[in-house]
Design a binder for this molecule. Structure first.
Ligand code: SF4
Length: 197
């Protein structure tokens, strides 16, 4: 029985002759394959672009009667521009204000998530108190009673300067004004903005 010759590469001469390609055919196949690949890539790209366009159109169609309201982020004093999309009185989406003179179409992560202050399911809606490591919801009256009793106790025991009032980057100018007034009526100058610490 004739034995097949095996080359050093482990491929028989018969097998090698089967896989050796005619250069002309190989070139033609290569060109065909390239053309097919290009056509497929083009089709895939077109499909992708069409998908994006459809998604953008669907997003546009979601609130056909909405209005774009110019606003600013209130998280800090920079006041970056926000274009707030309002539908039927509800803030539904936001975009950067590309023509804002300060932020010029950008904002930080706080501004980017500004709408969450309104729509996030995790938004804090009532006072909370931690009791034995667990958070409990309080009524506003209960929270006011407990906090004012504690503050009065501190002032009676250690004087008004035993307290430090801390401002916040998240409050408005009006709220900051009220904080300052409250500290003054309390009897202390111990007030500053949280950014300084
Ligand atoms: S987007 Fe950031 S930098 Fe701009 S106002 Fe809001 S918090 Fe300040």
């Amino acid at each position: 029985m004739a034995r097949k010759k095996i080359s050093k590469t482990g491929v028989s001469s018969t097998a090698r002759s089967r896989v050796t390609l005619n250069p002309k055919l190989a070139r033609r196949s290569f060109l065909k394959l390239s053309a097919a690949t290009a056509a497929l890539s083009g089709a895939a790209m077109t499909a992708k672009m069409t998908g994006k366009a459809n998604a953008a159109q669907a997003a546009n169609d979601m609130y056909p009667d909405s209005q774009m309201v110019r606003s600013v982020c209130t998280h800090c004093a920079v006041g970056c521009g926000i274009n707030a999309e309002v539908n039927n009185g509800v803030w539904v989406r936001q975009e950067v204000a590309a023509d804002h003179p300060v932020s010029r179409g950008a904002y930080c992560c706080k501004g980017a998530s500004a709408i969450d202050m309104v729509t996030s399911p995790q938004r804090l809606k009532s006072p909370m108190k931690r009791v034995n490591g667990k958070w409990q919801t309080l009524s506003w009256d209960q929270a006011m009673d407990e906090i004012s009793a504690k503050l009065t106790e501190i002032r009676d025991t250690d004087g008004p300067d035993a307290l430090h009032f801390n401002g916040s980057a998240k409050v408005s100018t009006e709220m900051a004004y009220l904080q300052r007034k409250f500290a003054a009526f309390w009897g202390s100058n111990n007030i500053d903005h949280q950014a300084r610490i």
